[in-house]
Design a protein around this ligand. Sequence first.
Ligand code: BEZ
Length: 252
Amino acid sequence: MTGPAQDSWDAARYAAAARFVTDLGAPVLELLDARPGERILDLGCGDGVLTARIAALGARVLGVDSSPDMIAAARARGVEARLADAHALDFCGEFDAVFSNAALHWMTDPDRVFAGVARALVRGGRFVAEAGGHGNVAAIRTALIAVLERHGRITDLGEIWYFPTVAEQRRRLERAGLTVTDIALIPRPTPVTAGMEAWLDTLAGPALALIPEADRPAARAEVVRLVAPALRDSAGNWTADYVRLRFRAVKR
Ligand code: BEZ
């Protein structure tokens, strides 16, 4: 799940607060359509839950991630996993498919990532992925931007999260030598049972880290207060405003 913005994931905390990320991975796995014997690279494999599911279909899967803690968790699950920077992949014509779930939005130089993916694939190989798309967690992002601005940090958080439109993602994929066969932006309101504080701590760490440590608890409380009218219902349940960008592209 990780990119250069957050290499220090805590796998146990992630499992407790964000298990929904892999629980909701069925549609992109279906789009991948992994076959027995295929060689598949899981880019940003996190703790390896989906990597193991692909391996169970009979494929030979390698997971890569930039977080040592996530790689340890993936190996403990019995999957082959390796520490790697998605911006500097050094595979060459080794994979029938590259798969990625909930990771590309952490990779803020997508052209380098897609060039590495294209290089890693055999001709005709496919890149199948899902991640945050344009408008993803818009209420949370806007609240974070407002609170950061009060602390003197002017940012649109583009240096942390990459949430492209369909047109932008298609252009980048095609430029990397991949022909897009499927692509869609899919609103997916997502229950956050662990609560908004836990979501922010687990998934917005790099954004909150832009605020001095002493001010962070108050800043986090302010973000929660600002998003509550949009994302918390009358029973106190939180639903995050996720928008997924799911695609399949084939190497020319
Ligand atoms: C996502 O999966 O869409 C996401 C994860 C972390 C931060 C923001 C969005």
